[in-house]
Design a protein. Sequence first.
Lengths: 447, 319, 340
Amino acid sequence: MNRLKDSFRTLLRYPSAIIGSLIILFLLGVAVYALVTIPYGDAVRLWRGGEEVWYQNPKYAAPAWFNYFTSKKEPVSFTVDTAKGSMAKTITPNGQGISTVDITYSFDYKYDGFPQEMILYFTPKMVKKYPFVSAAWITPDGRKIRIVDMAVEYNSTFRFSQDQKLQTRLRTDNVMQALFADPKAKTPTPLKGQYQVVISGTTFEAGSDIDAQFVFHGQLFGLAGTDKYRRDLLLPLLYGTPIALAFGILGALGTSLLTMVIAAIGTWYGGWVDELIQRITAVNLVLPFLAILIMVGTFYSRSIWLMLGVTILLSIFSGSILTYRSIFLQSKELSYIEAARAYGASSSRIIFTYLIPRMIPLLIPALVSSVPSFVFLEASLAVLGLGDPVLPTWGKVIDDAFTDGALYQGRYYWVLEPAVLLMITGLGFALLGFALDRIFNPRLRDV
Amino acid sequence: MVQNNQLLRIEDLTLYFNSSQGPVQAVDGVNFGLDHNRAVVVLGESGCGKTSLAKAILRLLPRNAGTFTGHIYLDGQDIMPLNEEEFRQNIRWAAISMVPQAAMNALNPVMRVGDQVSEPAIVHLGVDKGKAISLVKTMFQHVGVPEDFISRYPFELSGGMRQRVAIAMALVTSPNLIILDEPTSALDVLTQANIFNVLKRLKKELGISFILITHDIATSSELADDVAIMYAGQIVEMSDAYRFFEQPLHPYSKKLMASVPRLHADKEPEFITGRPPSLINLPKGCRFAQRCTEAFEKCTQDPSDVKKDGRLVKCWLYS
Amino acid sequence: MVSVSQIIDNKTIENPRKTILSVDDLHVWFELKRFGFGHAGYVKAVDGVSFDIHESETIAVVGESGCGKSSLLKTILGLYKPTKGKIVFDNKNLSELDNKGLHWYHSNVGYVQQDPYGALAPFMTIQKILEEPLIVGRIKPKANRIERIHKAMEEVKLTPVQDFLQKYPHMLSGGQQQRVVIARAMIMEPKFLVADEPVSMLDASVRVEILKLLSNLQKLHNLSVIYITHDLSTVSYFSERIFVMYAGNLIEKARVRQVLDHPLHPYTIALLTGTSEPDAKNAETYKELPPGEPPSLVNPPLGCRFHPRCSKMIAGKCDVEEPPEFAPDSGHLVKCWLFE
């Protein structure tokens, strides 16, 4: 225990260790947060997506904070709902079972660009007689534009840009531009100021009601933006963290420990055991790792746990066995091992109580430094189309972006966000790994 | 010990190393002198700073060297103010060379020994390869290595042979002074005795002076004309070999001599209780006082060097 | 003719001490493999060694590197199997012991190694290090083991015991580390100790301390000790008999005083010449030493193995036939044709 405390204190002397550890702690924090706030079932369901899940989001929206970095400010998406109280609604009974439902929403528009779309969802509540709504649009310069008059029998959706009557009324196909443009400007420029959506509904029965949801698809959305399927990219970024960490750490841990134990056994017993292990290693080095993974993925299953298992299996007989073997061969001749044989310790005792604990300080830096390669492996598999079919991972995001030609379309955020996370992960573990290496390998140490 | 025209005179040499726990006072105000064609042995136990003394003289300082002050007069000229390039060209290996500890393991395993030994000659004397090899042959003759070993690799030689090669490498530029750091500690008795025969012959035939650094008191007498005892970074006694081995003055020297096991023993050897002080946390006053059976109140002050019949001793008992 | 010294020597014959270990014509040969198949000869590390060790006796085995003393030692420890010949301990032949028997043998021999720091696992506390042989030796329960550990630490004078038990080897000085090694060797209360150059890596002033400790322990526990060293000057303090080993053979065996005062074999004489005493006159004289180096153990010279370096070699005899053991003096055996 004391040695751990000492090592820890020495660790703090290296800035690289501190930065690396902070990065890893940050990632662990994100992972824990993701697992706690998004249960597994939800994550899978949300990722599978679908219109009902993600309808509130625009497609291909960049993150909202882009506006801090651009001179041309794009509109940010939002949604308001009378059912949730974010949009004001008043019901005024007018006698004889007829009531007027007034719903108003005003918002400030200070952007330089036009939104993608606006949608009104109406949810009526009635028994027999369906309510009637009419919606109007009030611009900052006082123009009132009639949007729609319709009867709401079922849950209805009104898409501003796709309504033919509105298009005709505005004399243009581009409804968004028509609604937001400054009439006095020569080129289409949005008029800044306060806009209002005014919905006036009439219900014909006592107890009837209308709920409305106003969905504004700007060009930007949320913290991470959206992809082609309107999915909030924050989900795979958050949820991908524990997956990446798990894959990386388990892969590194499993491989390192097993490799070490196998090397120890082979070296200690020598003879045909050692020869066998070396031959297996030689054959394994030649086997095409990725090709085998592709085969397994294509013909069997792409489940991430299976991929992890096969990866570990193929990695334990790697070249590092030979490294451990040379260290063990040296250690075998050490005086205290000889002393142990002299007082009659059994082979297994020597391997597990003397040889392997000696290896652990050498193992730890190698282990930590190898985590990033497993994390990247997971991402690589996803990009190759072998990613786990149900889980939201960083690699899958990159894969989707790649398939959709995101870079050609200028949608850099889609690729950069998971890429940056991958790089940070790699950086964190690499920094920590280097610092650990200097501690545990005194020859590399600064005095 | 003659004052003028001494080959080497060291005054107040100090070398501290930086460490995470504070300065390591490895060499702390060392004074001594060495005449031409004489051998002085610096005796001390591990951790007393004797290897650091060798490195200080040759300015082979590690990265964490801190304070490095004092004067080293070689043939009357102070070599401390020389800059690195001058020192490298004129002093290191040209005037003073060194056979480091475990020198036989310091031979480059992928170079033939002949090539290795000729390197200093090519670099410092500026001779061409042919002349260098003939120098190597001469040196091999001096140290007793057969000529055909020139084309061999270090692993083909035994430990004793490799040590002789290392000595030849220190000799090849005909320096006036060779520093030997534990030259025979890893070698067998007969090999050790052979190496000392070689060193004695070199001293007699080539007039070289030696500084021999070792903890082995018995073998040191094979070469020593003068003896210096080092303890906790300081020289606590310096004397000619005859008088030292007969009658050491400093309490530490007495205890050291008493601890040497002898072939024909009349009494049991003694041992010294306790441990030498750490060079980072040195005690105030005399550094040996804690373990000294003859300590008294004055020992809480740093003792000064006392001259007694041409011998030097750092002890209040003699002032 | 019985001389005074012989009368004193005969005391040993009249009160014979029990023989603890008997080594009979021991050969330990290692096969040299060529490219993993076939062999290229044998390294004959131990080539015909016989001796007896008695109860409470210390024997020094002196020799230079490459003479085979390490292999001899390791075979006695049970780490190597003899190629020929036998080692008998407590009337049991080592080569015939099964695993359980070997286990019993191991608990009867203590091993003190040369490098005190290397001999202790750096990641274990002193307590754990000392507990290991007890655990392997199946000493139960734990309280019993702790008691033994405390006793062993007190015997090697590492007190206060509690302070040291929780430390790691690198926190101790060389002398202290070696005491731990000795404590570990003693902890199973063995019948004899094998000490391989136990003080050669320690400072000069500490060597004496450790040798004294070993000597006291030996008297206290009636231990037999095999003390392997290349430093002849320590032998007289700590041994009764000396065996001089050269190229796999024991070429001289005698009591310490006999060897130091009247060495017989030319190699022994060379060793004594080569050993220095602190005397300033040494700087003025060259030592007379045999030329050359110890032979390879793969192809030792025919006949007496020392003959190529021996100034007193008898041509036609020494280079043809290996000398048997002669006993020119009571208790003093030498393998040299000069004493036929």
